[in-house]
Design a protein around this ligand. Structure first.
Ligand SMILES: [Zn+2]
Length: 511
């Protein structure tokens, strides 16, 4: 065999080997280094990578595809520096998408309040004005109708106006304007009303003297009239002075919450500025027989306009109907002229006995016609803001609390409930005859409580008020001749005696 040597053969193997090794090395290098080349702009071309190689160009592809989350993720993962402008836009778009998702979900759940809250936090009220308006509207409805939080509602409307200047058409269409009117109206009332911290006062009259020449004519009753009564003219002046001194008539139910009779609570009364709460009452209003011919009306009647008026009989026997003849029509007319003398239409309390009937009708006789007529008068008075009280049935000195036995006291209360209450209606107010006082825990008071009376009014010029669980005890001061001549300084807060006192007709009495 010839060792025929081909010199070209080994060189060819070497070249092949070099090519193979080079290819393998570059492939290896590619696998190792290419991911890092991305940032220098080298593109991948194999199917090995499911996403483009990381680069500014690949990032911009996410951006152009509006995959802003992908864009940011890509930049973050590969730490790619990028222009701030695109970054800001991407972040903004992501926020918008989240906002839209929240908006869609809130609307689907009808949770507009949460929606408004969210947009507030996002500072995105203007961009989503329609949705924000819906949210504000829902929040306002909750505040106005459920929570009665008108101050909060006002603040929300103000914030809303600030957040969305000018979408008047939108807000009107969605009813913000009408809600604002509601809130404004309420707040306007609030502005003229403030919590009253004044101690409520309570003053009382008896039936008024129409003709002082007859009352003070020197017969056996004149001293009683002088001490315990007030004339129509004096009372008209007193009302004007009370009004000038910022008193306002209120009722017990304005002052106290009786819904739980075992736990009476004070109410926070809101009154116009400077106004002082005052309760008025008038005792007896029976036009008793002994007063006949002494210058008082004989009963209350309704005139042709269905208004309360007084039936007055002159000494010669002829009868006239006089409106300025007792406290009720006087106060009604005064409040008509000065509505701010009365809180929500409150007038006063008629303290009724029963032994000679009520309101000038001798209903104690059981005459059904008289009972019917008296009931009409009582109903009319109630519709005018007057209330009634139990003033005992008998007004008998022997029933005065400290004298009467518990049994007699109970009998008197029961009789009043049986005879008087059907005419004047149920009441929780007991105005003691002779102004006597009961303690909140004594048996007689407990009996009154049992029968539904939980306001008790004795007489005292000190005008104390005490609220117990079972009863409100409120003193009353007398607006009468006795008080105007005995310790008159107690009347100083209410009216000026020299301007009121009927010097011409009242007798001069030695003490
Ligand atoms: Zn009395």
């Amino acid at each position: 065999m010839s060792h025929d040597t081909d010199h070209t053969k080994p060189r060819r193997y070497l070249i092949i080997a070099i090519i193979v090794l080079t290819t393998m090395a570059s492939g290896l290098a590619y696998y190792i280094f290419v991911p890092h080349f991305g940032q220098y702009g080298i593109q991948t071309y194999t199917g090995k990578f499911t996403h483009p190689a990381p680069s500014a160009d690949s990032a911009i592809r996410y951006f152009n595809d509006q995959d802003y989350e992908g864009f940011i993720r890509h930049l973050t993962r590969y730490d790619i520096a990028f222009r701030k402008q695109e970054l800001a836009i991407a972040r903004q778009r992501i926020r918008e998408k989240q906002d839209q998702t929240f908006i869609d979900q809130s609307i689907a759940k009808h949770d507009y309040i949460a929606l408004a809250d969210y947009l507030d936090r996002r500072n995105a009220q203007q961009r989503y004005a329609h949705e924000y308006t819906l949210g504000v509207q829902a929040a306002l409805d909750k505040m106005i109708f459920l929570d009665k939080d008108f101050i909060g509602a006002k603040k929300l409307i103000t914030d809303y106006r600030r957040a969305i200047p000018g979408p008047a058409d939108l807000s009107d269409a969605l009813g913000i304007k009408s809600r604002q009117a509601l809130v404004d109206e309420f707040l306007r009332q609030q502005e003229i009303e403030r919590p009253s911290y004044d101690k409520p006062r309570h003053a009382f009259f008896h039936s008024l003297i129409v003709d002082p020449t007859l009352a003070f004519d020197g017969d056996e009753d004149f001293l009683g009239y002088h001490y315990y009564m007030t004339t129509v003219d004096e009372t008209a002046k007193i009302l004007q002075q009370l009004y000038d001194r910022d008193y306002i008539l209120v009722s017990f139910s304005d002052l106290y919450d009786f819904s739980d009779p075992h736990h009476i609570k004070r109410r926070q009364l809101r009154l116009p500025p400077n106004k002082k709460p005052l309760i008025l009452s008038i005792d007896d209003v029976s036009y008793y027989d002994y007063m006949h011919g002494d210058g008082f009306i004989s009963r209350l009647v309704l005139d042709e306009n269905n208004e309360i008026t007084g039936e007055y009989e002159y000494p010669d026997g002829h009868v006239e109907y006089i409106r300025d003849s007792d406290l009720m029509p006087l106060v009604d007319d005064f409040v008509y002229k000065h509505p701010d003398f009365s809180y929500q239409g409150a007038k006063g309390i008629l303290a009724e006995t029963g032994f000679e009937g009520v309101l000038g009708y001798r209903t104690n006789t059981g005459d059904p016609q008289l009972i019917k007529e008296a009931t009409l008068i009582a109903d009319r008075l109630k519709s005018q803001g007057w209330r009634f009280a139990n003033h005992s049935y008998s007004h008998d000195i022997d029933f005065k609390a400290e004298r009467a036995s518990l049994e007699d006291f109970k009998k008197d209360v029961d009789r009043w409930i049986a005879e008087v209450q059907p005419i004047i209606g149920k009441t929780n107010i007991f105005i003691s005859p002779f102004g006597y006082r009961l303690d909140p825990d004594e048996d007689k008071m407990k009996y009154l409580n049992e029968k539904g009376f939980n306001v008790f009014c004795p007489v005292s010029a000190y005008n104390d008020v005490a609220v117990y669980d079972n009863v409100v005890i409120m003193d009353r001061i007398d607006f009468d001749g006795y008080r105007m001549t005995h310790r008159p300084e107690f009347l100083a807060p209410y009216f000026s005696i020299p301007e009121v006192y009927d010097v011409e007709h009242r007798p001069v009495v030695a003490d």
